[in-house]
Design a protein around this ligand. Structure first.
Ligand SMILES: Cc1cc2nc3c(=O)[nH]c(=O)nc-3n(C[C@H](O)[C@H](O)[C@H](O)COP(=O)(O)O)c2cc1C
Length: 211
């Protein structure tokens, strides 16, 4: 079955909350997200740039659990337009997400681009893939230059995604983005310094001639 994001998100109690806030008519027959069960080039480009995301899983006791996931930019791989995969690196060895997923494969992700003030929300079913199960998938998620121990792969089957508006996202920039933004200023400063040194040298030469 193909879902829109709201088909999953809007439960009876959510519907009741919307009704109580007089917003249910906005969403009841909303068709805008019907095609959100396949990633387009837009999502692919966004996902390829991310160096982190947050993933929520569900515990057997019903508690949501959210964890930060990080890696080199593009470490969340698009296998096809309905499948993502990422390397699960050794961390604090609590294995909370891994354990949660063994009992309930549903996950919810949020991917942030703070500099462009964009966010992408994803509903998916996740499965753990051992490193020796699918060599092509292991090769895809392996980042040889990244210093972390790869323990397993998580493969995510997309159920639905949704884009959020930029409201309340404070722009933040990575060191790499800041370095790129200030490079023209650095170049300009270096040019001025060179000019300054040349002018000082000329002035010194003129002063020594006139002395
Ligand atoms: C040495 C080390 C210590 C860590 N300690 C913590 C921690 O105290 N809290 C935390 O949320 N993540 C910590 N992390 C990161 C998590 O272990 C890592 O993100 C892992 O994916 C956790 O998965 P889980 O929360 O599903 O068990 C640590 C990572 C390393 C390498």
């Amino acid at each position: 079955m193909s879902y829109g994001f709201l088909d999953i998100a809007v439960t009876p109690s959510v519907e009741a909350a919307q009704a109580s806030m007089d917003s249910d008519h906005l969403w009841k027959d909303f068709k805008g997200h019907r095609k959100s069960d396949r990633f387009s080039e837009n999502e692919a480009a966004f996902i390829a740039e991310r160096d982190s995301f947050y993933m929520a899983s569900v515990s057997e006791t019903g508690w949501p659990y959210v964890q930060h996931r990080g890696g080199p930019a593009g470490f969340l791989k698009m296998v096809d337009d309905r499948t993502l995969a990422f390397a699960d690196y050794r961390g604090n060895r609590q294995y909370i997400s891994l354990g949660n997923l063994a009992a309930d494969s549903r996950v919810s992700l949020i991917l942030m681009d703070y500099s462009r003030r964009a966010r992408l929300k994803i509903y998916a079913h996740a499965e753990m893939v051992p490193l020796d199960a699918d060599p092509a998938l292991t090769a895809l998620v392996t980042a040889p230059e990244y210093r972390a121990k790869l323990e397993r792969i998580f493969r995510l089957r997309l159920d639905a995604f949704d884009w959020n508006c930029p409201q309340h996202i404070t722009p933040r920039f990575t060191e790499r983005e800041i370095a790129a933004a200030v490079q023209p200023l650095r170049d300009h400063a270096a040019k001025l310094e060179a000019e300054n040194a040349e002018l000082r040298a000329r002035l010194a030469a003129m002063e020594s001639h006139s002395a």
